[in-house]
Write a protein that binds this ligand. Structure first.
Ligand SMILES: [Zn+2]
Length: 178
C-alpha cells in the first residue's frame, strides 16, 4: 500500500497523513537522549518525511502496542528498515521478523559494526537536558526524578535551566526539588 508520510517520530517510527502510526518492523532506534538518537531521526527524515512510501506487511498484519502498524517501509525501492541498520543507526529486533529477513538484517548489522558506523562508531552522545517539564501538571523535575518516567510522551518536554522552567511558569517538584 502506498501512503504519504507526514512526520518522522524517531529512527523507527513515522506518522502517516491519515494519522496512523507505523513502526518499522525488525529494528529498534536509539531512545530519546541516548547516543545517535538525533542522527537516526535525521536520517529517517531524509529518507521518508513528506514522501510517498510503499508499506509491505508479512502475511498477517501485526500491530505493536495495539495501535502501531508494523511494516517494511520502502522509498524508491530502498527498504528503509534495512538501510537504517546498514548505516548503524538502528539495531536488529528479531521479534516479528521472518527467517529470511532476520539473516539479512543481522548480516547488515555485522557490516555496520565492522565499519564502525553510527552507534558502533563515534555517534556523539545526544545532549541530555537537565530538567524535564510536565506540560499537564505544570511541574518541573530533575532528569533523574522517578516521576519523569511516569510522564506520557505528549506531556513531556525539557528545558536547559531552572530559570527557564520558572520563567515558563512551571513549579518545582516537591520530591526531587530541582
Ligand atoms: Zn521530581
Amino acid at each position: 500500500m502506498k501512503v504519504k508520510v507526514q512526520i518522522v517520530k524517531d529512527g523507527d517510527s513515522i506518522v502517516l497523513e491519515d494519522g496512523q502510526e507505523v513502526r518499522y518492523i525488525g529494528v529498534d532506534a536509539p531512545e530519546e537522549w541516548t547516543p545517535c538518537y538525533w542522527e537516526a531521526k535525521k536520517q529517517n527524515q531524509i529518507f521518508v518525511e513528506g514522501k510517498t512510501v510503499l508499506l509491505k506487511f508479512y502475511n498477517q498484519r501485526k500491530r505493536d502496542r495495539g495501535t502501531r502498524l508494523l511494516a517494511q517501509v520502502y522509498v524508491d525501492d530502498i527498504l528503509v528498515n534495512a538501510e537504517m541498520i546498514k548505516r548503524g543507526f538502528d539495531t536488529v529486533r528479531v521479534e516479528y521478523l521472518n527467517e529470511k529477513d532476520v539473516n539479512k538484517f543481522i548480516a547488515l548489522q555485522e557490516e555496520a559494526k565492522r565499519s564502525k558506523l553510527g552507534l558502533w562508531g563515534d555517534c556523539p552522545p545526544s545532549p541530555e537536558p537537565d530538567y524535564i517539564v510536565n506540560l499537564k501538571s505544570k511541574k518541573f523535575h530533575r532528569r533523574t526524578c522517578q516521576w519523569v518516567k511516569k510522564i506520557s510522551g505528549e506531556n513531556k518536554d525539557s528545558v536547559k535551566t531552572r530559570e527557564e522552567a520558572l520563567k515558563e511558569g512551571f513549579d518545582p517538584c516537591k520530591l526531587c526539588q530541582p
